[in-house]
Design a protein around this ligand. Structure first.
Ligand SMILES: [Cu+2]
Length: 123
């Protein structure tokens, strides 16, 4: 009689252990939308225009713009107020976290013309 109780107890413990393991294995981890993502864009600038002309990212993304230009330009990302010089034959990198949402012009301060836009949608 006693051994039957002990056996039932062991079975119950094993079931509990199994359920606990399942719970740990199946519970959802941190959702992907909460993590900041690395986003890299290769952008060509020719005749004062960016290709692609629009850079779509999501709030919180870690953004790298890799810029190549056919002529010397002074890139200014409005809103974020980030500037960088780009020389022909050299890839320039602008890195920033997309913590402001909205539509931001990317301008060439050499010519005063808009090159393209950064679009940051809310998370
Ligand atoms: Cu500007």
């Amino acid at each position: 009689m006693r051994s039957l109780v002990a056996r039932n107890l062991i079975v119950a413990l094993l079931v509990l252990l199994g359920l606990g393991t399942l719970f740990l294995a199946l519970r959802p981890g941190p959702t992907a939308s909460n993590e900041s993502r690395e986003r890299t864009f290769d952008i060509g600038i020719e005749g004062g225009e960016m290709d692609p002309g629009e850079i779509p990212v999501t709030e919180g993304d870690q953004v790298t713009l890799r810029l190549d230009s056919d002529e010397p330009i002074e890139v200014h990302l409005h809103g974020y107020d980030i500037e960088g010089a780009v020389s022909p034959g050299e890839t320039a990198e602008l890195r920033f976290e997309a913590d402001l949402t909205g539509r931001f012009e990317i301008e060439d301060h050499e010519s005063g013309k808009a090159l393209g836009v950064l679009l940051v949608r809310p998370r």
